[in-house]
Design a protein around this ligand. Structure first.
Ligand code: ATP
Ligand code: MG
Length: 573
């Protein structure tokens, strides 16, 4: 093998190296399995149901599945769990593909549970032939009532002892379309007295005269999730089937099926706790409700915890992977503060995002001793801590914009920004003094007249004179106009679903989106493309929104510079 090929090979296995993170019980389990010598490689899968967009919870699962396969020299399949023809749509399949790729992962095989419908049907016939399944001709309600409860055993169906030949005949006729929906179901024959309700003769197949996006009208019976899932894993030779804790109680059923069916491999299911984030919801059903009821602008609204939403908002794949690695993998339920996610983005962007000047809420100032009509080009560093990022030219002129919040008419003593007769340094330029405040009849501040101190130019000999505050600014003549969208927590309470008597949408944060229509940006920002991130000095990390055009620029605030919610979250906890 040539050196080049060799290099390529290793890199395929060490995707996102250095992101392995702390030890966790799943890694330890897999390590033991590998050490025991009965496994050659680790094969995992990410199995979304294509009935909505992926959210941050899915990211946790994706990162875990790909990380384990990469680490132990195997691969990961993307499997669409498309057994429910009613809710699934092609557009969700397309979006899921985009999102997994965006996160930085390449799946080995793209699989569909529906590709296994024929095999699963054969497995069902096998169960019937071996008297391990039977056709029940009761309706759903009767079956539900006989199921029993956690404290009471279930009762046998009157059809439980139906001869295999009769069940076989009925099942084949179900498949042939002879019966209407609900007329019969296929049930496993396990144990109606089992303490685990999932083992009380669970339903495996239902009649559903329903068109399927991929198999068309080939089928009018569909396997349910519990029957399709484990067998799909076995067909794909998945070694470790990683899933969330709610499937722990289903594992005995999966194991029973694997044990009794002639499947080609024996996957091992390991459960971990799902990701919960405060001040948001992570459930496709609830996210779909937000979209359908118009509380947000769509699945990719930048306030949504969907991957499409946070990508649009400005989150990077690196920050999401770092977040998923940092929160770890355990079996205990917990709620992660949203600030942990935000910090992952700050930590990712702080060393790399170029610094830019942008005024969000402009207040005009006139530098009375700056020559009219003149432009001076200042050379400012792109990143003060990283000189290797070079410099850029920023124009300064007689008329500038500063932030409204950086001026106070009646300022407290500790206010170190601009106030009447006060001084402040303009970032990268010089010190100015506020000589005159122009107000309208109602006392609103219209503009400030200031004078600059030529002795105080940044970077020049003799410029050491210090003032307490430094503020950002933009040349009025050169400013690029933009709309800026500030996003905040989507909900105003940590757990919007806690109160079962109330709809979670009652707790939406009315200030989750604040639009500033008159922002003024330094000229370079006109060239920024969506997906490129910069720091607006002193205000946060921003990226152009996908709505942005050269006629109407729109910027999203991905995250603030500091965590303004830390205190509030403490109050609630
Ligand atoms: P939701 O509850 O949002 O509807 P789901 O579990 O029904 O999600 P699936 O498409 O079935 O969505 O999920 C695909 C995979 O992602 C599953 O293996 C599931 O366990 C995992 N997953 C879903 N939500 C989370 C979460 N919050 N944390 C970790 N993994 C998750
Ligand atoms: Mg699910």
């Amino acid at each position: 093998m040539s050196k080049q090929q060799n290099d390529k090979d290793t890199s395929a296995h060490s995707e996102h190296e250095g992101e392995t993170g702390p030890a966790h019980f799943i890694r330890n389990r897999i390590r033991q399995d590998m050490a025991a010598g009965h496994l050659e490689q680790v094969i995992t899968r990410f199995p979304p149901e294509p009935n909505g967009y992926l959210h941050l919870g899915h990211a946790k699962s994706i990162v875990l599945n790909f990380a384990m396969a990469n680490e132990f020299g195997g691969y990961t399949n993307l499997r669409f769990d498309d057994t429910n023809p009613i809710k699934e749509e092609q557009r969700y399949i397309d979006a899921i593909r985009v999102d997994v790729r965006w996160l930085g992962y390449t799946w080995k095989n793209e699989c569909y549970a529906s590709d296994y419908f024929e095999t699963l049907y054969q497995y069902a016939l096998y169960l019937i032939e071996h008297e391990l399944a039977y056709i029940d001709s009761q309706d759903a309600e009767a079956i539900r009532v006989q199921r029993g409860t956690l404290t009471e055993p279930g009762q046998n169906s009157p059809f439980r002892d139906r001869p295999a030949s009769e069940s076989l005949d009925l099942f084949k006729r179900m498949r042939a379309g002879e019966f209407e929906d609900g007329k019969h179901v296929l049930r496993a024959r396990i144990d109606m007295a089992a303490p685990n309700i999932n083992l009380r003769d669970p339903v495996l197949y239902r009649i559903r005269h329903q068109h399927h996006a991929r198999t068309g009208d080939d089928w009018c019976i569909y396997p349910n999730y519990d029957f399709a899932h484990g067998q799909s894993d076995a067909i794909e030779h998945i070694t470790h089937s990683l899933c969330t804790l709610e499937f722990e109680d289903h594992r005995p059923l999966y194991d029973w099926l694997i044990e009794h069916l002639p499947v080609p491999s024996q996957p091992q299911q390991i459960e971990f706790s799902r990701l919960n984030l405060d001040f948001t919801v992570l459930s496709k059903r609830k996210l779909a409700q937000l979209v359908d009821e118009g509380h947000v602008a769509g699945w990719d609204d930048p306030r949504m915890p969907t991957l499409a939403g946070i990508r649009r908002r400005g989150y990077t794949p690196e920050s999401i992977r770092a977040f998923c690695t940092e929160i770890g993998v355990t079996k205990s339920e917990s709620i992660i503060p949203f600030g942990v996610l935000e910090n992952a983005l700050r930590n990712n962007l702080n060393p790399i995002a170029p610094r830019r000047l942008a005024v969000l809420k402009p207040l005009k100032i006139v530098l009375t001793n700056f020559p009219e009509g003149e432009t001076e080009w200042l050379e400012l560093p792109n990143h003060p801590q990283h000189p290797d990022q070079g410099t850029r030219k920023v124009p300064i002129t007689r008329e500038l914009y500063i932030e409204q919040d950086d001026f106070m008419l009646e300022a407290p003593r500790k206010f170190f920004r601009l106030k009447p007769e006060g001084e402040v340094r303009l970032r990268g330029a010089f010190i100015i003094r506020c000589d005159e405040v122009i107000q309208d009849d109602d006392g609103n501040v219209l503009e400030l007249h200031c004078s600059l101190d030529p002795e105080s130019r940044s970077g020049q000999p003799g410029s050491e004179r210090k003032v307490k505050g430094t503020i950002h600014w933009v040349s009025a003549e050169h400013a690029v106009d933009a709309e800026v969208r500030l996003y905040d927590r989507l909900f105003s309470v940590p757990n919007p679903s806690a109160d079962k008597d109330k709809d979670f949408t009652e707790f939406l944060n009315p200030e989750s989106l604040v639009t500033l229509p008159n922002a003024k940006l330094e000229p370079m920002l006109a060239e920024l493309n969506s997906g490129e991130l910069v720091q607006f000095e002193r205000t946060g990390y921003f990226t152009p929104d996908i709505d942005s055009t050269s006629e109407h620029r729109v910027f999203n605030r991905a995250v603030t510079l500091r965590d303004g919610w830390a205190k509030i979250e403490k109050q609630f906890s």
